[in-house]
Write a protein that binds this ligand. Sequence first.
Ligand code: HEM
Length: 177
Amino acid sequence: MGCNMSMDNLSKMNKQAVVHTLSTDLNLTDEQKQLIKDSWELFEPKKTAIGRKMFVNLFQVYPEMQNLFPEFRGQGNIDKLEETKFLNGHAKRLMTAVENSVNSLNDFESCSTYLQELGRRHKIRKLKPHYLERMGAAMMLAFKELYPDLWTEEADEAWNNLYKYISNMMTTGLNAP
Ligand code: HEM
């Protein structure tokens, strides 16, 4: 079941659509893990471009979210930001976290502590679970836009499952006392 994300879907994402039951399982078959690893090898050289595209997608629909990131605060319209250094900070850090997750696919337990800790560190950054959903939708759309031929329904489902795991782990850390 692919999610076939579009800007329209992204903009319609319901603010209330928060994950209520957080699964701590990595819901991926061996085939899906392999698909993610194989596709990441192709995405990796363009990971900065993917990260930039993701933020452009996110801010085009939710411009107010620029204020959550110090590097974007007060920088004005995203169209003017696109070619500047401003998109290299958090975009890079986020893609590194995704890369770490891909590299831990066969030992995912070890990654869950890292991701929960990452979520915990986002408490002071005003992160809300529904922001993570928006970010995920913007990321999937970036993959699809930059790699239309690789972005099959199978790739969409596998990457969505991986992102859901990342997001659930971060939310667990975020909600921890
Ligand atoms: C809308 C959701 C998010 C918000 C509002 C947010 C906000 C922030 C802010 C304000 C910082 C510190 C300044 C900076 O690096 O720009 C930061 C750092 C960081 N963020 Fe996020 N973030 C979000 C989602 C994510 C996601 C989904 C990931 C990873 C998958 C991530 C990974 C990181 C990493 C690795 C750092 C570097 C510092 C650290 O390790 O704590 N962030 N984030």
